[in-house]
Design a protein around this ligand. Structure first.
Ligand SMILES: [Zn+2]
Ligand SMILES: [Zn+2]
Length: 127
């Protein structure tokens, strides 16, 4: 019974991700997993395993892709899944997720690596 519920959940999750983006079959430059996705709405690559954007947003506040892009790719999923008005739940989710994920030092190192990587350019054509 419990297993069946879990299966249903993971199928639901996969369907939501398929709606949001398309998996890219090349390894993530940070974790090496084949968990890269192109997120349609924000015209950007992300790694679902790292929960990081692999392309930085541009600074144009009127950019239809980058303006309103959430801090983490998982929030795109969350917004698709849950009612979009539930900002408190997003905040709570973000806090819990980050607290359990890894210790601060590791996270910091990954951020540096990510920064070097994304400095190669933005996803959209910044003018
Ligand atoms: Zn990754
Ligand atoms: Zn942009």
């Amino acid at each position: 019974m419990k297993n069946r519920e879990n299966n249903k959940k993971s199928r639901e999750a996969r369907l939501i991700w398929e709606k949001i983006g398309q998996s890219i079959d090349t390894p993530c430059p940070l974790c090496g997993q084949h968990s890269k996705m192109y997120i349609f709405k924000y015209d950007a690559l992300a790694c679902i395993n790292c929960n990081e954007w692999l392309e930085k947003a541009c600074t144009d506040p009127t950019c239809s892709f980058c303006a309103g892009r959430p801090e983490t790719p998982y929030e795109v999923y969350w917004r698709e899944k849950e009612s979009p008005s539930d900002a408190t739940a997003i905040k709570r989710w973000r806090r819990d997720n980050y607290a359990h994920k890894e210790n601060g030092r590791l996270r910091h190192e990954k951020k540096d690596k990510l920064r070097n990587f994304v400095n190669q350019g933005t996803s959209c054509n910044e003018v």
